[in-house]
Write a protein that binds this ligand. Structure first.
Ligand SMILES: [Zn+2]
Length: 78
């Protein structure tokens, strides 16, 4: 039986990655997109953040939508 790692280790500093929330922002040239309360994995030691694939795809949709609407500022909460 394989031992399963219960905690993920940060590849940058060796700290522990924990589930958390972050604020994502993207510069779309004419404006800025801000998405609050984004699910992320955050290193408790260095603060590096990882956003998983499904969430990243949702963010891409939000960014594409804001770009299409030519918004200056788009603030969304997940
Ligand atoms: Zn770290």
């Amino acid at each position: 039986m394989k031992k399963k790692e219960s905690t993920q280790v940060c590849p940058l500093c060796g700290g522990h990655k924990q589930p958390g929330r972050t604020t994502f922002s993207a510069d779309i040239g004419e404006g800025v997109v801000v998405v609050r309360n984004v699910k992320a994995t955050i290193c408790s030691q260095c603060g590096e953040e990882w956003i998983d694939n499904p969430t990243a795809q949702e963010l891409e949709t939000v960014v594409a939508d804001a770009r299409q609407k030519r918004l200056q500022v788009e603030v969304t909460t997940f």
